[in-house]
Design a protein around this ligand. Structure first.
Ligand SMILES: [Zn+2]
Length: 235
């Protein structure tokens, strides 16, 4: 199994590693800073460098439980020592975008009692779907104001690992459907925005809400009964 360094340190941009397996589809390392696509967050891109060569990583995915660096060109042979470097600007923008979505979902739940039903993100832009009865531009404007006030208050964002039994008994985590996480996962990784949001989550986030910066609600859409969509952009 690959040691996933991003899980405990989202700010690690680079690491030395050894190639465990190399197939046509990609490279498996013994350890990595590359986040694999999941939970609405895209996989990392970057480069693997070794003595005498390098390969561009165009995506990172999970395949049959393995973390696979999808590479362009010739892959390094098993046993090769490499340096794994992520495209940090892109990743950091994703960390800000991802953290903004947590804050948005928390504000909508707290102020409008509506749960999230889906979401997706690209660097700097994201959408989130809510079980809301009504939505319009004025609603979006008000949410944007409250959201930016919460972000500007510089709340710490922390990562912790909770024993599964404890996580399943936590009311905040129950609300975000922690029970749907496969039974084999124990402990459960929890991301908390102090005083605002708590979710079981595998993604990468910034360490404080102020680091997100300002967010704009770009669009509000009525997609059906109890199905409303908000699009946000980092300013
Ligand atoms: Zn998250």
């Amino acid at each position: 199994m690959t040691e996933e360094l991003f899980s405990t340190d989202a700010y690690a941009r680079s690491c030395p590693a050894t190639v465990a397996e190399a197939t046509e589809g990609g490279v498996l390392l013994d350890r990595t800073v590359f986040y694999a696509r999941g939970g609405g967050q895209p996989g990392d891109t970057g480069v693997l460098r070794w003595d005498g060569g390098e390969a561009k990583v165009t995506d990172t995915i999970k395949r049959d439980g393995h973390l696979v660096h999808v590479v362009e060109g010739l892959a390094p042979a098993p046993g090769t020592s490499v340096t794994a470097d992520i495209d940090w600007d892109r990743r950091h923008t994703l960390m800000r975008t991802h953290t903004a979505l947590h804050a948005l979902s928390a504000v909508i739940f707290r102020d409008h009692d509506a749960k999230v039903t889906g979401g997706n993100m690209e660097p700097g832009v994201a959408r989130m779907d809510f079980e809301l009865e009504a939505i319009d531009a004025e609603f979006g404007r008000r949410v944007e104001e409250v959201l930016n006030a919460e972000l500007a208050s510089d709340r710490p964002v922390t990562v912790s690992f909770l024993p599964r039994a404890e996580a399943l008994a936590d009311p905040d985590l129950i609300r975000t459907k922690v029970n749907l996480i496969p039974e084999s996962v124990d402990p459960i990784r929890v991301i908390e925005i102090e005083g605002l949001d708590k979710q079981a989550d595998g993604g990468t986030h910034v360490r404080s809400t102020a680091e997100v910066g300002r967010v704009r609600v770009a669009k509000t859409e009525n997609k059906g009964k109890a199905f409303k969509r908000m699009r946000i952009e980092l300013a």
